[in-house]
Each structure stands twice: as C-alpha cells, then as structure tokens.
Design a binder for this molecule. Structure first.
Ligand SMILES: [Zn+2]
Length: 577
C-alpha cells in the first residue's frame, strides 16, 4: 500500500485569479476566481479539485447520516429515464418544458432525469411483493438535470446539479409517517453539523403529490422564497402555506389600489383590490402597500390558472376581448380590509364603475362577465387577506408571538407521497392473510441539494476577502503557510502536530501545506480567498521566537501561539466552526 503523502498545495491544481479592479463580487464569482469551479455551458459547471473536495465532504456527511441514522441503502440509478415511464405517472406533460428530452436511433423517447420517483418505484415494484419486503429506504447522490428557462446564480439554479434523493417504501400509512418523522430529525442533524441556521418550514407539495411536506430554508436576502417564523413559538411555514392573522385595518377615508393579472389562456382579467394604507391594530406606524406586497399565493388559491409572470395584463386581455370568439371575464378580488360597499360598487359592466379598466372598450362589444369575490372560497371563516404576511404580524399558532417574514433559499425538501406513484406504477404488496388482495405501498421522498448547498454557503458566508467554509465541508480544515527563510522541516513538524490533534480529539482535521513558490502575503491572500477555516503561519515570529500565528477569519481570531498550545487552540476553533 502507498503510504499517505503529506498534502501539499503545490501538487493540487488550484488556479486562482486576480481580484477584479472594480465591482461587487458575489459568491459564485468568488468560487470561480478561487479555482473551485468553472462554467462550461449555460447553467452547467466543471468542478475543479478544491470544489470537488467540498462536494465529496458534503456527500460523505449526508451519506453517513443516511446510512447510520436511517439505515438507508445507497444505490445509483441511471441518469437516463424513459418518456413512457414518465407518461404513466402523468408527469411527462406537467414538467415537459423543463425536461431534457431525446430519442435514440430507434426513435424511442428518453429523458435526463431531474428526479427518480418513477424509476425507483418501477424498480421496487419488480422486487418487493409482500409486507415482509418492507420497509425499504434507498438513497443516491447523483447528478440531476433540469432545463431551466433562466439558469442563474451559478450553482443555485443550474441545469445540471447534484442532489441526494432518498425514497422510502412502507407497508402502512402509520409506518410511512414514522419514517417521515425520523428523516426530518436526521435532516436537522445534517444542517446542524454544517452549523447552518436552516429553518424547517411547513410547505405545499406542488406537483410531487402527497399532502405532508417541509422545506429546509437558509435565510438569506438572495433567496427566492419567503419563510415566515414566529419569535415566540416554533411556528415556521413557507409563504404559500403560512396562515395570516389580520393585524391591521384600513385607515379612515380609505384609498385603494388595484393590481391586474391575467389567466394563462388570456380570457380572464383579474383585478386585485387592496388597501393603500392601513393602521396596525396594536398601534404602531401606518403601513403602506404596493403591488409587491400582494400575496400571489392567495390570489392563485382563487384563480389557479393565473399567469404570475405577466407584468402588464391589460393589453393582453383587451386583445383577447377584441378578437371575439371566446367569452371574456373580469374577476374582481377584494381584500377583506376594504368595506363591503366597495365590493358592491364593482358589480356591473358600465365603464363608469371602478372595476372597468379605463380607456378599454372591446371593439366588437363582446359581452364581458363581471364577478366579485370577497370571501375565502375554501374557508368562509378565514378572511380574504390579499396582502403578504409582514414582519410584526401576529402568530397564528400562539397568543403572544409576532411573525418574521424573511427571504430564504431552499436547500432540502421532505415529502410524504402516500400512494401517488405506487398506485400509478403498480408498486403493490399483498395483504397479509388475504393473498388475493394487493395494496399500493406508502412512499416518501426526501431531497437535499448538494450543489445548491455549496453555492448557498459560498454566498452566505463569504466576505470581502473571500470564501468562508464551515469546517465540516471545507476543502481543507487547516492550511499551513510558511514565509521566506523558514525551514520546511519545521512546517512538516507543525503539520504532524496538527494531524495528531485530529487523532487524539477524534476530529476530522485535514491539513495541507502551502509549499508553493510564492511570497507569504500572496499565499495568505490566496488562503483567505479559498476560505480555509484555520490558517497557521510560520513567519517572522517563528524565526525570532518559535511562535506560530493562528488565524480564523470567520471567528475573528488572530493570535500568536507556542507549538505546545496548538492542540488546545485548534481543537477549540474546530469545535466552533
Ligand atoms: Zn407563535
């Protein structure tokens, strides 16, 4: 066996670039400049050695939890799936625009899988036949593919990304829900080990099916989701499912605003009426609302086929109205804070009423059906609140708490799927004592975005000087940098000492020696850019008094230490990072 060599940066391909002369640099740009990855095509990246080390550590951390804490078995399914299988589950049509589809020489349709519910269900259906074959917990960590309309923010929304996906198969709903709870617990442990302040938010299931799901969100202004959390109890939900408690009322002499939306088929114009200004019920400053405060989720609960991407709905609708042939509709949705008399004034089709868009006369006078909705059609007791939950609103779950609304990025998702896929794909088990009867298996699926965590950590923890990795996923935990005139044997001795700390304190410490032929300031700048958590320097202090300098930018530590103090100091830093 080849003995483990001393890790030397001179042997690692680590192509860093110079800092750009001007402009703000985001985490993605830093990942490229620090030599972790390079873009190859739109939304597709090559991982270079340091990026690959981060990915490997993260994959190992997640796999360890799957195997040890959940007794899940690791598989590796092919990235190629068939269109006919996806047709069976009904998702070929639903997700068509985002699938990378292709056909082979015999004209059979395939796709590059964005997720593997179909394939794994078909696989398990062939092998597990009775309740004795279950439970099954299978996971993999593999590249997935999604042809994003607008790939952006580097690893945060790429077209090829690495994901951990776990699929669970149980024989009853009770045991499937127990599985769900155990996975949730393990997810918290995974994010805790990376020391990431992730919030587990109640979520909706979207097109995955099932009715129980949670999202794991990292609060950051760069996020595209909104998470609502209480400052007093453990209520956390994503904006789509968060419940609101009305915390304000319109100020007297009310004025209102209207936002116009349109349905995907362009026949229905949606007027969303909301107050311009309100007064919080418990006093406090007046609140002013604009179109950005409208809860699109709430509007969509009334108008499911709303096209949320349209900025100027009126011309599209008037074109449809003028073309004739199809019935056009005008739907008024009124926020509960506006008085009933306001809703009443909207009924009718005369251009004088406020609901009628000014300057709009359908050319051939097509009849327009006008309606008003001012109640919540799903829950008559819940007022129709068209304004997004605001920081400071009351908590729906406890008496004293106030909500915080913040932007966040989704890093993981758990779904209880029930029989959504097992039924469609024939994954059934025979009922004990009645072998003529078969029932569908109870499933769950659980994702963690590996690539996305790398991108998110880069964005969230970076600073002016460079990246900043949590020690659990850093490319190396510690780098030893030596200045001119220092004997390399001394640096090697420090390397051995630090390695020993890991062994004695049972910590995973991977040390690397920066032996590149560059100046000390250059190497220190490079170490900061790459974001090694702990930097140990043998510089002038070493030559003068055999003292090392230990630096940790993230914790604001910079101190001179004797070599004998190293175990205690590095052990402590490692624990805090
Ligand atoms: Zn609360």
């Amino acid at each position: 066996m080849i003995p483990p060599a001393l890790a030397r940066l001179s042997r690692v391909w680590f192509p860093t670039k110079k800092r750009p002369a001007s402009g703000v640099e985001n985490g993605h740009a830093k990942l490229i400049r620090a030599g972790f990855l390079r873009p190859s095509h739109s939304g597709i990246f090559h991982m270079l050695p340091l990026g690959r080390r981060v990915q490997t550590k993260l994959e190992e951390l997640v796999a360890r939890h799957m195997e040890h804490m959940l007794a899940a078995s690791r598989v590796s399914l092919s990235a190629v799936s068939s269109q006919s299988l996806w047709d069976k589950s009904g998702r070929l049509e639903n997700t068509a625009s985002e699938l990378f589809k292709f056909s082979d020489r015999k004209n059979v349709g395939y796709l590059l899988a964005p997720t593997h519910e179909e394939e794994i269900t078909a696989l398990v259906a062939q092998t597990a036949k009775t309740a004795k074959d279950l439970p099954l917990r299978l996971f993999q960590i593999t590249p997935k593919y999604r042809d994003e309309f607008r790939p952006r923010h580097g690893l945060l929304r790429g077209r090829e990304f690495v994901m951990k996906d776990l699929y669970t198969f149980d024989s009853s709903k009770e045991s499937a829900l127990e599985t769900y709870d155990s996975v949730r617990l393990v997810y918290s442990q995974i994010f805790e080990e990376m020391k990431l302040p992730v919030l587990a938010a109640k979520a909706s299931s979207g097109n995955m099916g099932g009715n129980l799901s949670h999202e794991y969100h990292l609060p950051t202004p760069l996020g595209e989701d909104h998470v609502i959390s209480c400052d007093s109890c453990n209520y956390v939900a994503n904006e789509e499912v968060a419940e609101s408690v009305l915390s304000d009322q319109v100020v007297s002499d009310t004025t209102f605003r209207v936002w116009r939306g349109i349905t995907k088929d362009r026949t229905k114009l949606v007027n969303v009426w909301y107050p311009k200004q309100t007064q919080p019920l418990d006093g406090g400053a007046l609140r002013e609302y604009t179109d950005l405060d409208i809860s699109i989720a709430e509007v969509k609960s009334l108008i499911p086929d709303l096209d949320a991407g349209v900025e100027d709905a009126l011309p599209l609708w008037s074109t449809a109205a003028a073309a004739g042939g199809t019935a056009v509709e005008l739907v008024n949705i009124v926020d509960c804070r506006l008085p009933l008399s306001f809703s009443e004034s909207l009924v009718g089709t005369k251009p004088t009423i406020p609901s009628w868009p000014k300057n709009l006369t359908p050319r051939n006078q097509v009849p327009v059906s006008v309606s008003v909705q001012n109640t919540n059609q799903w829950n008559k007791d819940r007022p129709l609140n068209l304004i997004r939950i605001q920081t400071g609103d009351k908590c729906p779950s406890c008496a004293s708490g106030h909500l915080k609304a913040e932007k966040a990025m989704e890093l993981g998702h758990t779904f209880y799927l029930g029989t959504r896929y097992s039924e469609a794909l024939g994954a059934t088990i025979l009922v004990p004592n009645d072998e003529r009867k078969a029932v569908p298996m109870q499933m769950g699926c659980y994702g963690i975005g590996i690539s996305r965590i790398i991108g998110a950590v880069a964005e969230l923890l970076m600073d002016e000087k460079g990246l900043n990795w949590p020690v659990a996923i850093a490319p190396y935990s510690c780098v030893i940098v030596m200045g001119a005139g220092v004997d390399e044997q001394d640096a090697v001795e420090v390397y051995r000492q630090i390695n020993q700390i890991g062994r004695v304190q049972a910590k995973y410490l991977d040390v690397v020696l920066d032996d590149r032929q560059k100046t000390l300031p250059w190497k220190l700048m490079d170490a900061d850019l790459a974001g090694f958590p702990i930097i140990v320097t043998l510089g002038r202090e070493w030559l003068a008094a055999k003292r090392l300098e230990v630096q940790c930018r993230r914790l604001g530590v910079k101190q001179a230490v004797e070599i004998t103090e190293l175990p205690q100091i590095i052990g402590k830093l490692h624990g805090d990072l």
